[in-house]
Unconditional design. Sequence first.
Length: 87
Amino acid sequence: PAPPALQQNVMGLSRRARRLHIGNLPQGVGLTGEMLKSFFNAALVSANLHDTSKEGDPAIDAMLGTEGKFGFVEFRTIAEATSCLAL
């Protein structure tokens, strides 16, 4: 395995490619970033589109825009982010 400093640098460099913009979110339903992250974790695992060689959840972070109309979900790998496009 790569040294932790190198691995962290690679994660920083690939962050944009591992993030997806999620638009047209329902408003007024109490949606949170944690709920969005849980949804994508469940969807990827149930569709068997996640990387089974890695431990943990495919979605590692999620945030909503200030008005809640859109959000961003960050995944462990570029491949898992790309797999979400098949959902």
